[in-house]
Write a protein that binds this ligand. Sequence first.
Ligand code: UGA
Length: 429
Amino acid sequence: MSRSQHKIAVIGTGYVGLTTGACLAKLGHYVTCVDIDEAKIAGIKEGQMPIYEEGLAEIVQEGQLSGRLNFTTQLLTTVVDAEFIFLCLPTPPSSDGSADLSAIQSVAKQFKGNLLPGTIVVNKSTVPVNSALMVQDLIGDPTIDVVSNPEFLREGSAVHDFLNPERIVVGCDNPLAGERVGALYLGSQCPVIVTDPVSAESIKYMANAFLAMKISFVNQAADFCDAVGANVVEVMRGLSFDSRIGNTFLSPGPGWGGSCFPKDTRALVSTAQEAQRPMTLIEESMRSNERHISTVTALITKTARDAYGTDARIAILGLSFKARTDDVRESPAIAILEALQKAHSNIVCYDPVAKMADNSSVNRVNSLKEAITGAHVVAILTEWAEFSDLPPIEYAELMAGNTIVDARYVLDPLQFSYVGLTVRSLGRP
Ligand code: UGA
């Protein structure tokens, strides 16, 4: 092992932990990933990925073959001689919106008296402010530094984001420990922001809250454009050349969702209320997102009813909260589907990978063409490439109706008009 290679334990093999472990091994470190779920660990060892994430299976296999990436359910034997321990544990929302820290607390308590002096514990998953301090107290050893090193991994491009970070944030009271954590990201050319733990924890929440607010803004703009006859896609393009606004995260859609934005905005709002500094902009962004999901639902319902009544066959394309992931947690597509199911009985869904419970009441088919065959209305709710790759003529030949509600703005209305189809999106005349 060279001086730049380190022995690392990663606790939790969810999408953050598995990506972090596999990528740290790819960077040359010796990594052992720990999870309490025996079936999951056995599956990963046999090459079954618990999540769909581009490039992950390949680097997990590569790491295992190199001998630098291992998986186990044994927590204490793994952490006892680790130089760095990454906590990648779930922090689901409690009933009051605040983050539930029980998984982190349970693991940190087990560390007490079981780590080598000088071990560095890293909080990787999104945790509320003061969590580094809480973990430090639970471990109860002043020689152990607890560092906040939040992840900025987007599902669907998590491996790419880990290996090509735009910034690395490290928060700790001991700058030396912070530098050591920053140095684990060998070869990264991006800025490393070394700050105190509470600021690092706040950076993560503020980043997600800001991005969620940006999408709420874009979706409100779509609604505005719809009312005044403007084209939201052109309007956002017009905004995008202003470097202060930037040219990404400006796509209108059916609303924001996923395992991060809804959870993190709720947690931030809850912390801000506790601190008596309510973040009213974020509160309103959350309400606006709820309203937007209802607006898109109403658009689909109206389109279906106007033309074909409540018996209309509606094909829902896309269930995951965005493309390139199988994650349906807090997916706007699911919320829209559930609302539609209350008024329509003839709904068929298709998504190439979305993970749904086997007992769900959803009539799910296995191909795009099967879904749109005989559909009176098609609604695109996730931006999978295959939906825009299918030529307009094929939609026209297979559909029974002539309207597509494109909530992701991925189809070209002009091209579809040539085959007699109307593409309807909020704020796109
Ligand atoms: C988000 C952040 O982007 C990551 O930086 C962060 O690390 C991660 O949360 C996390 O906290 O772990 P993710 O939840 O994977 O990543 O999803 P995003 O790509 O940010 O999209 C969030 C939602 O906004 C999706 O529903 C997406 O469809 C929607 N969105 C995004 C739009 O409607 N329009 C856009 O232009 C961009």
